[in-house]
Design a protein around this ligand. Structure first.
Ligand SMILES: [Cu+2]
Length: 142
């Protein structure tokens, strides 16, 4: 008996093989665990508790802005004239805090763990000039 395998290299033969591979991959998915397990829920809770402690330590929302997860926290901060604002980079990549849009002032690159402070006399929009979608606002009450 002669087995003719020439169809496998023909146009239709390739599609037959591809379909077979896709079907056999999908059949493995039934054994996967649910997307959110109890352990994940517990970890999320622990993260929330941890960030509450960080907030208390760093006076976030008073005069300290924490950079974490590619965001400024808080995004908007109300200050008294002459207050000193501190930016602290708690993220895993460098960021900066720069006047938006002209970089009239800038912290320069802040490595993870570094901080920078500036005395503020008026309201500003600012951003991270390394990741230009990261934005924040400082409001100085007159
Ligand atoms: Cu950044």
């Amino acid at each position: 008996m002669i087995l003719d395998l020439s169809f496998m290299t023909s146009g239709i033969g390739k599609y037959v093989i591809l379909i077979f591979l896709v079907v056999s991959c999908n059949s493995n998915k039934k054994s996967e665990t649910p997307a959110i397990s109890n352990e994940d829920a517990q970890n999320t809770h622990m993260d929330t508790v941890a960030s509450e402690n960080v907030k208390r330590e760093l006076h976030i929302g008073k005069d300290t802005i924490v950079i974490i997860g590619m965001e400024f926290h808080p995004k908007e901060l109300h200050l008294k004239k002459g207050a000193t604002v501190v930016w602290i980079n708690k993220d895993i990549v460098p960021h900066d805090a720069s006047e938006f849009p002209n970089k009239n002032w800038t912290s320069g690159p802040l490595a993870p763990g570094e901080s920078w402070k500036m005395k503020v006399d008026k309201s500003y929009d600012y951003f991270c000039s390394i990741h230009i979608t990261m934005k924040g606002k400082l409001f100085v009450d007159p």
